[in-house]
Write a protein that binds this ligand. Structure first.
Ligand code: MOS
Length: 723
């Protein structure tokens, strides 16, 4: 048999390998697993106060309702050990709520009872019969009150490198002396993740082993947390999560549904399924915190930044001090000698926020990039030129060189594709064929390129195929596909001969599927495991063979390699980030002030692109999220009660197809030999960064109105004066 080297598969726009399973309904999501006979359905009862205690709870009517198996409240629920556990994705400060362990209520929507019944309908009906009387206590419900009690992130955040106050030089003096300066405030609401698949868990105890089928981005941490909560050795817990119907970060922490399902299943001795309703996800899961920012920029008359001052406050709960890096970008995105940042968190009687796609950056860059546009106007300078004039090859916050940085190339590529040259800089000067005001805006995007330790196993089979596995997740970016590509290329096997498996704690440990680091972290482990298994097989065959598919049948038994990889020194010698430039066109009705976005074009320097097709989808999906942030999304929290008001997809408006125009993502040529062996920088999150700022800046260009509060609703445009 002659061996022909297969065409390279890394870099090819391969369609999702699991696509057929998804479109035919054969992919099994958390709530769809069948744990065997006796399954009970759990319906959660949630609190209707923000702070206080449960005075009385009457479950009699629920207990006698049709089909009901049990009703769990803090009075009869088993006491759980709740040993100390902090996953990387838990807030560094504070302690999670201990589910049904006492009468304490700390937020609206906190679980106070779980009703178990034979069918979901019976459980939901019986749950409506549970009567809870509260003894409310005063709490901080309004964000405006919370900010008056804002504090710096706690000491455990400082050890993670997140400071309340940071910067260099003397920003105030530099600002005072700057010939051109602007200062402005920007407000962003709370955002909920709203994946289409709700959070759900199926739990079963069998032969001393707890199996959890859960919606999660990190099976190993679900296991670790449940081991701590229940006081079990981790070996006695298995977590399975092969498919995730979107998450955006909502799957980074186990929520109350996991503990409730496991606790109830043990209590009744039957498998239990708990599925949160959409409304419940607004109370039980995390969210991107509401935030308020203030930015002051100073420049010389040539547009060189001489001072940046950036302050931000975001909400957190009273029991956990969630903090995220909102202001770091203002310290490294542009060259500037004098920089000061000040970040505070504001405790409020709400549940704890958590990471949501591009956490911190999406928020902070929005404020910075709107402010940069205001500075460009003050300078009478083209906004693209202003960014390029402040480009830098050194990260001035650390003094380290960027491992690669294509911000300039991104601006050039995106500006050309977008047609930025057609822009008349005068606000309100451009109209489309329907007489609408047209505006062009731009903003920078960035996200850190990070890498974590990861382990993968490659198993080569006598039939000439390979199974590669790691406990990772695929919440949408295409982990199944990209890992299959890396494995196939390393093994020299056709794509169809390689199967990649993920989402099970029985597999080698992968890092949390977040931070845009799955490709950068797990990719090298998959590559190394495949290389080792391949070399082992060739050594066993021993005849100088180069065709694995021919060698494996001759060996006649599986050949396996498990390899653990870790980041090296490179991250200490370089500052590693992806950069991008995003351009938006808006069309604003001059009378009605409705804002449409016919076009968004972004260009990104993300290192090597393993799969241009899934990469393009990632970026344009991120842009849709950015457009939601710009125009429609935001969780309305009643300031009197801290209750999320618009907790449904009818009222929380994510963009629909009709809201979205043309989206285009360009990947500039970028080779980064420093970040990791694959040279990939990650692109799951950067697509959302900067989009809302580009839209805001375009709305200003169209109308002369600077809307500094998101989302840009009709009334906000109407109520914002020109100038
Ligand atoms: Mo991402 S917010 O790390 O899932």
């Amino acid at each position: 048999m002659t061996s022909t080297a297969p065409a390279p598969v890394v870099g090819r726009p391969v369609s999702r390998v699991e696509g057929p399973l998804k479109v035919t309904g054969a992919a099994t999501y958390a709530a769809e697993f069948d744990p065997g006979p006796g399954l009970c359905h759990g319906a959660v009862v949630t609190s209707t106060i923000a702070n206080g205690r449960i005075a009385a709870i009457d479950t009699a009517a629920a207990e006698t309702a049709a089909g009901v198996v049990a009703v769990l409240t803090h009075r009869n629920a088993p006491r759980l050990p709740y040993h100390e556990h902090k996953g990387l994705t838990d807030p560094a400060e504070g302690e999670r709520i201990h589910v049904l362990q006492d009468d304490r209520v700390r937020h609206q929507g906190q679980p106070v009872a779980l009703v178990l019944a034979a069918t979901p309908e019976e459980a939901a009906y019986a749950a409506s019969l549970v009567r809870v009387d509260y003894r409310p206590e005063s709490g901080v419900t309004a964000f405006s009150d919370a900010v008056t009690h804002a504090v710096p992130p706690g000491p455990r955040y400082r050890s993670r490198g997140l400071e309340g106050d940071a910067g260099r030089g003397d920003a105030d003096t530099a600002l005072g002396a700057a010939p051109v300066r602007i200062a402005a405030e920007y407000d962003m609401p709370r955002y909920n993740h709203n994946p289409i698949e709700p959070h759900a868990t199926v739990a079963r105890w069998q032969d001393g082993v707890l199996t959890l089928w859960d919606k999660t981005q990190w099976v190993d941490n679900v296991r670790a947390e449940m081991a701590a909560v229940f006081g079990l050795p981790p070996e006695r817990i298995r977590v399975v999560s092969p498919f995730v119907g979107g998450a955006f970060g909502s799957g980074l922490r186990p929520w109350a549904n996991v503990t409730l399902a496991a606790m109830a299943s043990r209590h009744v001795g039957r498998p239990v399924k708990v599925v949160l309703t959409r409304r419940q996800t607004f109370g039980i899961t995390g969210y991107r915190p509401r935030s308020a920012h203030r930015v002051a920029l100073g420049a010389d008359r040539d547009g060189r930044l001489v001072a940046i001052r950036h302050e931000g406050i975001s909400e957190t709960s009273t029991y956990e001090g969630y903090a995220e890096e909102q202001l770091g970008t203002s310290e490294y995105l542009y060259a500037c000698r004098d920089v000061a940042t000040r970040y505070r968190i504001a405790p409020r009687s709400v549940q704890t926020p958590n990471d949501m796609r591009g956490p911190g950056k999406v928020t902070g860059v929005h404020a910075l990039e709107c402010a940069m546009d205001e500075l460009a106007v003050a300078l009478g300078m083209d906004p693209v030129e202003l960014r390029l004039r402040n480009d830098t090859i050194v990260d001035q916050s650390t003094g380290l060189p960027f491992s690669s940085r294509s911000l300039r190339e991104c601006y050039q590529a995106a500006a050309e594709r977008f047609g930025w040259g057609r822009r008349n800089p005068e606000p309100g000067s451009m109209r489309d064929a329907q007489g609408r005001l047209v505006g062009y805006g731009c903003a920078s995007a960035t996200w850190p390129a990070m890498r974590q330790a990861a382990t993968a196993r490659a198993r080569l089979l006598p039939d000439g195929t390979a199974v590669v596995s790691s406990s990772s997740s695929d919440m949408g970016p295409g982990t199944y596909t990209s890992m299959t590509q890396v494995a196939a290329e390393t093994l020299g096997l056709p794509l169809e001969s390689v199967r990649f498996e993920l989402g099970d704690t029985r597999m080698p440990v992968a890092p949390v599927h977040g931070g845009s680091w799955t490709m950068a972290s797990l990719g090298p482990a998959v590559q190394a495991a495949c290389a080792q298994a391949r070399d082992r097989a060739f050594a066993m065959a021993g005849r100088g063979d180069v065709d694995l598919a021919a060698v494996l049948p001759r060996i006649g038994e599986p050949v396996e390699a498990t390899v653990h990889t870790e980041p090296g020194e490179e991250l200490r010698r370089y500052s590693t980030h992806s950069f991008g430039a995003v351009f938006a066109e808006v069309a604003v009705d001059p009378e009605l002030c409705t804002v449409r976005v016919p076009r968004v074009v972004g260009a990104y320097g993300v290192g090597r692109v393993v799969n241009p097709k899934t990469a393009h989808s990632q970026i344009t999906g991120g842009m849709v999220m950015g457009l939601g942030m710009a125009l429609t999304e935001g969780t309305e929290v009643d300031p009197r009660t801290a209750r999320p008001v618009n907790s449904s997809l009818a009222d929380y408006l994510v963009p629909v197809n009709a809201d979205i125009g043309e989206l285009d993502a360009i990947f500039v040529d970028e080779s980064d030999p420093h970040v990791n062996p694959l040279g990939v920088k990650g692109l799951g999150e950067i697509g959302t960064v900067g989009v809302a700022a580009a839209v805001c800046n375009a709305v200003f260009h169209a109308t002369g109105r600077r809307v500094r509060e998101l989302p840009i609703t009709v009334e906000r445009v109407l109520n914002t004066p020109v100038g």
